[in-house]
Design a protein around this ligand. Sequence first.
Ligand SMILES: Nc1ncnc2c1ncn2[C@@H]1O[C@H](COP(=O)(O)OP(=O)(O)OP(=O)(O)O)[C@@H](O)[C@H]1O
Length: 460
Amino acid sequence: MNQQAVYPRQPLQHHLYSAPLPHVSNLAPHQRTIQSFFIPDNLREQLTQRNEAQLMTTPARDLGLPMEVHVYHSLYPLDTHGEKSSSFYGHPSSVYKATCSVDGRTYALVRIEGFRLVNELAMQVVEAWRRIRHCNIVSIREAFTTRAFGDSSLVFAYDYHPCSTTLYSTYFTAQGQAALYNSQLQQSNGGNPRLIPETTIWSYVTQLASALKAVHGSGLAARVIDPKKILITGKNRIRLSGASILDVLQYDGVLNVARQQQEDLLSFGKLVIALACNSLQSFTDIAQSFEHIARFYSPDLKNLILYLLSKPLPTKNIDEVIVTIGPRILHEINCSQFYNDELESELSRELENGRLVRLMAKMGFINERPEFDMDPGWSETGDRYLIKLFRDYVFHQVDENGRPVIDMVHVLTCLNKLDAGVEEKIMLMSRDEQSCLIVSYKEIKNCIASAFNDLTSGRK
Ligand SMILES: Nc1ncnc2c1ncn2[C@@H]1O[C@H](COP(=O)(O)OP(=O)(O)OP(=O)(O)O)[C@@H](O)[C@H]1O
């Protein structure tokens, strides 16, 4: 394989992307700020960060990792605690981001180190998990054993969700608690700033109940309702990770699904009480925890926790939970539809911008291409000359003192009219001011189409 030079990627300076907003009161009613034409800063930053995380890579040999594992390459560790591997599943484990050479997509590989698979039948359960497609479960693609790491490892490949964190690191670490405190203070909604807002907890409850319904409905049990294994993959969006790992590791041929489903409900209860008290120790002093919940949260939340922590019974199941939280589910649907609408309107705005970028790319291909078709005057004559003058009209205008006019609104207006091919006429002037032409946007649009056809017709 060729040894290619490796260049460190320069991080994007997100804060330099757009200047601070001008004072809104200085704007006339017909004026709009430049930001209003583009995707909001925080959303753009979130999306670019995700793209960056997806592309982030370091040569495998610098990390002491294999170049290839099964059909995966470009492994990059995702564990947050550096060298030490986690032993959450009862065995040392590590998580890597990797690219699949079959479909080119990025996956998260969970490697169980030094694990010898005794019974091949254990892998059948992965097939059952593969069939579950749910927006609150990290989908599994496959599981396989490998010696690529120099030991016998068992690897589970999951969908990769860039920039995700866990419920544990978001709420149960000192850093997470400080961030919660600051954001709650900023919102100053009168509540206790150290506590997770009740609407957020209900959102998590709804999503987890929905995930559990899918899992239990497929005759399986989640077995990993733990803050360390629940990923936050977007705004208030959580997903159960680690699907099927414990089923494979602890496979003994005996079916204990009913018992494990009851344990899921109990773990669910422990998680909700921990979120409501903002402490993983809350389960050790139940009486005090309920006192706290009664003080700061609604009776509905307390009743839900009581139900989840109650004795296992055949009648205690996820369907009952869903009936109990019905109104909260409706609220969650409402919020997520609103968020959807918001994203859709951002998307439609970006769609317009994407259209304009394609138009500008077309003009870029045509302009300043003097010798195309062995014709030195190609871009100085006919249609191409008109396009060149139009480019000057859009981008190179000067004011009465000869200073460049940098007016984004003018650019966007002209390009939108050009793309729509409107009949409106404009006056184009040569740089020496010796000739001027009156043309419509429609005519310029046709000129651009024919000049571009010229370029793509295959003539040289
Ligand atoms: N499917 C995934 N997509 C994207 N990132 C993931 C995925 N699965 C795990 N991660 C990331 O990998 C990190 C490490 O996961 P891991 O399960 O080792 O948890 P951890 O936070 O290191 O906890 P511990 O090791 O103490 O159990 C997680 O914090 C998460 O951000």
